[in-house]
Design a binder for this molecule. Structure first.
Ligand code: 8YV
Length: 315
């Protein structure tokens, strides 16, 4: 058996992130859970902690290849790639990186709303190309401040988004597992009722099987022709086919999206749309926040290997 107890798992790690983990604990590396079997059995036998980054499924089969595994420390607040039920059944703890990224993700949600409604992509092209001088101004667009927004999921990130939009004098509506202490905001028991009541629908749900397709075709239809969908959660939380149908037929006004069903290979139907603003899943992607996430992941690994309490366990 080898002395190396940490396995860094995921091609999504930057070299700097790998170096930080490796400097704290001698570590092995694999590109993803599906490559676990390529490690020598003797090396696998010593692994007690996995630092994981990415969105490739991490299931029970991969866990079984690491007989001493006690913790999977995820880089990210969303841990839908990890089969937590399988981990718990094997007495493996899972940790994530909550809170440290909420501000950035909420900032991007607001940016997507503004960029879509104020046609900033078109405006940039007009200014940068010189067409402003030759063709004149772009068509008038759409006021955001003071309009009505629906937040789907008022968790940590949803709350940050709502707080920002309250400063935009918006009328805040939301759904969540249960009604929260939110004076002046309107709770809805289901997403269709929420969509009917608002112009902007911002999805801030956790990913995973429980929320798959939660924003349904019916909800998208209920949003109506002035409706704009913003998604910074997971592509799986909305019926993407229904969203594309509605964007193509203009039965909704548009969308601002940071997440997609099949990342990074987007459905080619997205390329033909002029009523969307698309981002490459970069909600938490600032230098500051990615550093905080990396440090929290490492702190969880270190706590486990030293026999201390985990900082942010999810099971
Ligand atoms: C990813 C994210 O962790 O935190 C999450 O749930 O989706 C992101 O911050 C990041 O893209 C690294 O995979």
């Amino acid at each position: 058996m080898s002395d190396t107890q940490l396995l860094i798992c995921g091609t999504a790690f930057t070299q700097e992130e790998r170096d930080r983990l490796g400097a704290a604990h001698p570590a092995l590396f694999v590109g993803g859970p599906d490559e676990m079997g390529s490690l020598d059995e003797g090396l696998r036998a010593g692994i007690r902690a996995v630092a994981f980054k990415g969105h490739t499924p991490f299931g029970g089969e991969a866990m079984d290849l690491l007989p001493q595994l006690g913790v999977i420390a995820n880089f990210g607040v969303g841990y839908d790639a990890i089969d937590v039920t399988a981990a718990s059944a094997r007495n493996i703890k899972v940790t994530n990186t909550p809170d440290v990224l909420s501000d950035d993700v909420a900032d991007l949600a607001v940016a997507l709303m503004l960029a879509q409604a104020r046609t900033m992509i078109l405006g940039h092209a007009q200014a940068a190309s010189g067409r402003w001088a030759t063709e004149g101004a772009i068509p008038l667009n759409r006021k955001v401040s003071g309009s009505t927004v629906g937040i789907v999921g008022l968790g940590r990130i949803g709350r940050e988004i709502a707080d920002r939009l309250a400063a935009f004098k918006m009328d805040i509506h939301y759904t969540s597992r249960s009604e929260k202490e939110t004076p002046g905001w309107t709770y809805h028991g289901d997403v269709v009722s929420l969509a009917k009541a608002v112009d902007f629908l911002v999805i801030a749900l956790v990913g995973g099987p429980e929320t798959k397709g939660h924003v349904s075709r019916e909800a998208i239809e209920a949003l109506g022709p002035r409706g704009v969908v913003v998604n910074i959660s997971r592509g799986s939380t909305i019926d993407e086919g229904a969203l594309l149908d509605a964007l193509e037929a203009r039965t909704i006004a548009g969308a601002g999206l940071d997440v997609f069903e099949n990342e990074p290979n987007l459905d080619p139907r997205f390329q033909k749309l002029d009523n969307v603003v698309l981002q490459p899943h970069q909600g938490s992607g600032t230098v500051e926040t990615r550093t905080d996430m990396a440090v929290l992941q490492l702190d969880n690994v270190s706590a486990f290997l030293a026999g201390r309490d985990l900082l942010t366990p999810v099971n």
